[in-house]
Ligand binder design. Structure first.
Ligand SMILES: [Zn+2]
Length: 103
């Protein structure tokens, strides 16, 4: 059964998440995020609104709610672009390849 098993009531709290984070064995490998680490670090040094920095970081980390990411996480069953229905909806498709984006 899915649930948070690190406190008594089974409901996630930041406190219990922090506790887990500080008590994990140090030999547990963490999954690295996608994307170029140096480029993502440069995002935080740019003079743009914080909201845009977060968006760019999520774009480079491939964690935007595109259909292919949602399908990979078993949230949706189709990964086609919902606009043009002619390709898989990836970050590249949304911003560069989709006919609607090109217009
Ligand atoms: Zn499209």
């Amino acid at each position: 059964m899915l649930g948070w098993h690190y406190n008594e009531d089974g409901i996630y709290t930041v406190k219990s998440g922090y506790w887990l984070g500080t008590h994990l064995p140090t030999n547990v490998p963490l999954n690295p995020t996608y994307g170029n680490k140096e480029l993502k670090q440069k995002i935080w040094k740019t003079k743009t609104p914080t909201k845009l920095k977060h968006f760019l970081w999520r774009l480079l980390s491939k964690c935007l709610a595109t259909s292919n990411n949602l399908k990979r996480r078993h949230i949706v069953s189709e990964d086609q672009c919902r606009r043009c229905c002619s390709a898989v909806e990836t970050e590249e498709h949304i911003f560069f390849d989709c006919p609607y984006a090109k217009k």
